[in-house]
Design a protein around this ligand. Structure first.
Ligand code: ADP
Ligand code: ZN
Length: 434
């Protein structure tokens, strides 16, 4: 279902023309109202008048996460504080929190893109949408909420926590859509089973999962366990919140990024050069319409690629590939680059393992060590020790073969790895401790 047929199917030339107009307007606005950007433009010897087409974005300065931190709290606000009607802040997964300000129009646009996103996942006004993303400064809860409300669905603002109670609510209210992080969905599914509630026997049919990296293997696993379509949603506080990009049910391959509001580029994270479509690099986003805290060429640190090929669903907006993780999540183990998602893919492929895992990095005799702790299912746990040992050896071999690093794999008792109500903590890096 398309929420905004005209905008979602706008021909590419028209998208680009609109982007050009909006980019020029954005440059005028930030130059006039934000000393931060006026200085950055000045350093590069450019003014807004130099921006003639959308391709000229490449001449503009980048904005980094540290710029947001250094100007905390209000240094990057582009309108008088009286016009700001909401503040949200990032959960600070990778350090100090950052804050975003929204004008009333920004909130309308957020509700628009969030509604487009949920609609792409198949949500309609007939649905009952249970939102278990945290409500509060974190954008997850309110973001999914405003989208569902805008569609006219029945929203259950459950927020995170009290997990067993949530399972009862899901059943009692007859939710058809669940919005939360993929790890929290798994946690809820597990807690539900403990109280005799099987997701497969509920009216639940769609999961809108995001806010953290997850893999295609995890999707298959969740769809089977829960009897749902598990859909991937992307967003970040700095740019808006959830609803920047979303998969469609027709293709379930790549996330449509709403290009009338967000201008996307992929760059080489080392050189900063733009990369061609199809090449994986760092996603850089420019907020074309945001008034409160607009950003030019924001370096998200998220890794993906861009695909402009037409989609089966008829939407004309480009698709970004499933996010591969953040540049800051990349582990360098004895010189080899490893992402947690690569390890996850290998684990989830094995029968008898749960998607609950943690990666422990340490240093022994000046050499990096990698240990992967993964929980086994109750059935496997009851099996012979020898079988478990064989599985450990096989996983170690697969990790070595596919990723080129030596890892120690430790199978853990069911329920021994801490569950998360929001974003999972996958990496424990003891090298950073003294
Ligand atoms: P924080 O930086 O504190 O985690 P946010 O709550 O704003 O702040 O989270 C945004 C980040 O979450 C994104 O930059 C990205 O790294 C991650 N993220 C969001 N959605 C997805 C997704 N569908 N897949 C992978 N990562 C995601
Ligand atoms: Zn599509």
């Amino acid at each position: 279902m398309l929420f905004n047929v005209k905008m979602e199917t706008l021909p590419r030339e028209e998208i680009e023309a609109l982007q050009t107009r909006r980019l020029r307007d954005l440059c005028e606005r930030v130059y006039a109202n934000m000393p931060f950007y006026r200085r950055k433009f000045g350093d590069l010897g450019i003014t807004p008048a130099d921006v003639k087409t959308v391709a000229d974005v490449a001449m503009l300065p980048f904005t980094e996460k540290d710029d947001l931190r250094n100007n905390f709290p209000y240094g990057l606000f582009a309108v008088p504080r009286d016009n700001i009607v909401r503040l949200q802040a990032s959960s600070g997964t990778t350090g100090k929190i950052i804050v975003a300000g929204y004008t009333a129009r920004d909130l309308d646009i957020w509700a628009e893109v969030a509604a487009r996103s949920l609609s792409a996942a198949g949500v309609t006004r007939s649905d009952i949408v249970h939102v278990s993303y945290g409500y509060g400064l974190f954008t997850g809860g309110l973001g999914a909420h405003c989208g569902a409300e805008n569609i006219g669905a029945t929203v259950v603002p459950a927020s995170g926590g009290a997990t067993r109670r949530q399972a009862h609510l899901l059943r009692d209210f007859g939710a058809t859509v669940l919005c939360c992080t993929p790890t929290y969905a798994l946690h809820m599914w597990e807690s539900a089973l403990e109280v005799g509630i099987d997701f497969r026997h509920l009216p639940l049919r769609v999961g809108v999962f995001g806010a953290e990296p997850w893999t295609e293997s995890m999707r298959r696993d969740m769809e089977e366990k829960m009897g749902i379509d598990a859909m991937n949603i992307y967003g970040l506080t700095e740019i808006m919140g959830p609803g920047v990009a979303m998969e469609c049910t027709e293709a379930k391959s790549g996330l449509h990024l709403w290009e009338d509001h967000f201008l996307a580029e992929i760059i080489d994270p080392v050189t900063g050069e733009q990369l061609p479509p199809g090449t994986v690099g760092e996603l850089v986003l420019t907020t074309l319409t945001k008034e409160g805290t607009p950003l030019i060429r924001y370096r998200t640190r998220d890794l993906t690629s861009i695909d402009y090929t037409p989609c089966a669903c008829g939407r004309t907006h480009l698709r970004i590939a499933r996010l591969e993780g953040r540049t800051d999540d990349m582990l360098i183990i004895r010189g080899v680059n490893v992402f947690p998602q690569q390890i996850e893919s290998i684990l989830v492929e094995s029968d008898g393992l749960t998607p609950n895992y943690q990666i422990i990095v340490d240093r022994a005799n000046n050499l990096d060590t990698l240990e992967v702790q993964v929980e086994v299912s109750d059935t496997l746990f009851a099996d012979e020790i020898r079988k478990l040992q064989l599985l450990e050896t096989r996983l170690q071999k697969n990790i070595k073969e596919f990723l080129g690093v030596t890892a120690k794999v430790r199978l853990m008792e069911p329920h021994s790895i801490p569950r998360s109500e929001g974003k999972a903590k996958r990496i424990v890096d003891n090298r950073l401790k003294d």
